[in-house]
Design a protein around this ligand. Structure first.
Ligand code: FMN
Length: 360
């Protein structure tokens, strides 16, 4: 049994869609909890005015009846309210009538750091919009909705996922960057508590939980670095300082330190999972960088459009969703079950078998 997620949708198209396959039947979903995560993703210092416009809400097209999953593909939709300003420019079918609104003219000056040039060359496009619309992080809205569903599944086995921003005077940096029409990045941390030992495995890279979490985080737009536990700092330590000694007391095995970030040999070890992701400065600059026209090769300034100065706080929510989804997938592989009760029952039986002292 596994869990898969497929998303679709362009930034200014009619809607974003997520299909989750592999959820057990009988999981109760809370619409407010999903919408709260969607709202959290839209907040944060340095965001663009688009976030005020969108006010994302989840809709469900399939897989749910009266708030309970049916064990069939769950289909989530988040509409793009901004689409009405792009109805001609982003019409799925050849548009009728005179060009009106945004996106009516081809965008030909690719932004360094975005999908514009590589996507245009790869797919043979004449308008960088055909690449950038999907590459845009607007897609993360529906990924966050899927992550909220994953968190509901994890909550059934007592696992909690939370995120924070590693701030180093972030607001001051954002204010300064905004004044200079520039952008900034930053670092976020995700922690998962009460993850039982034994999620993931060591036999192949496809099974390793650390590799899967890194791929999930690097799969998010603008994430350029990932650390598991103490990550890069471990490279500077001696082995005697780096590893988490093993103790056994009431309840079972435990550690007093967690430099490994809760994963050893690609397997969760029962301590909190701790991962960090580094976000690069966003590539759309109000004072644009040098570019070259995709048709003529003429030099010019890169595309400028409404954009965030920073999206680090939003990234924290998106990263939390990505980690939750990957942990839920690993938990589905380990505990299986068609009904939620089977899944939870398998988890309980496993906890009875293993001597594990659970820490929060
Ligand atoms: C939550 C979030 C919001 C983002 N907002 C913007 C934005 O407003 N402007 C922008 O240029 N890039 C933004 N990005 C980053 C781009 O989507 C990303 O840099 C681009 O797709 C190129 O991909 P890469 O950075 O992974 O190479 C955002 C990323 C995230 C995770």
């Amino acid at each position: 049994m596994t869990l898969t997620l497929t998303t679709a949708g362009e930034s200014h198209g009619p809607a974003l869609v997520a299909i989750l396959v592999g959820l057990p039947a009988g999981l109760v979903l809370d619409r407010d909890a999903i919408d709260t995560d969607l709202k959290r993703r839209q907040q944060g210092y340095g965001r663009s005015p688009r976030q005020r416009l969108e006010q994302d809400r989840v809709e469900v097209l399939a897989g749910l009846r009266h708030g309970r999953t049916l064990g069939t593909p769950l289909t989530l939709v988040v509409r793009n309210r901004d689409h009405e300003n792009w109805a001609w420019g982003m019409s799925p079918w050849p548009p009728e009538g005179e060009p009106v609104g945004k996106g009516t003219k081809p965008a030909t000056l690719p932004r360094p750091g975005h999908a514009d040039l590589a996507g245009t060359l790869k797919f043979g496009l004449a308008d960088t919009r055909d690449a950038l619309e999907r590459a845009s992080a607007r897609q993360t809205a529906v990924a966050v909705a899927a992550g909220a569903v994953a968190k509901a599944l994890l909550a059934a086995i007592d696992v909690q996922v939370e995120s924070s921003v590693v701030t180093e005077e972030l607001e001051r940096k954002i204010d300064q960057a905004r004044g200079e029409r520039d952008t900034v990045g930053g670092v976020v941390e995700v922690r998962a508590h009460a993850v039982p030992p034994g999620l993931g495995s060591y036999a192949t890279k496809e099974e390793r939980l650390d590799a899967r979490l890194a791929a999930a985080l690097l799969g998010i737009q603008a994430v350029k670095g990932v650390e598991i536990g103490e990550g890069f700092a471990l490279a500077e330590l001696r082995g005697s300082q780096a590893h988490d000694e093993i103790f056994r007391g009431e309840g079972g095995f435990y550690r007093e330190t967690n430099r490994a970030g809760g994963i050893e040999a690609g397997v969760s070890n029962g301590e909190a999972i701790v991962v960090r992701a580094a976000m690069k400065p966003l590539p759309t600059l109000m004072r644009p960088l040098q570019s070259a026209n995709i048709d003529t090769g003429e030099p010019g300034e890169a595309l400028v459009e409404r954009s965030d100065v920073a999206a680090v706080e939003a990234l924290a929510v998106v990263a939390e969703a990505a980690v939750a989804f990957e942990l839920a997938r690993a938990a589905r592989e380990k505990f299986g079950g068609d009904a939620l009760a089977d899944f939870v029952g398998a988890w309980r039986a496993y906890l009875e078998r293993i001597p594990w002292r659970r820490t929060r």
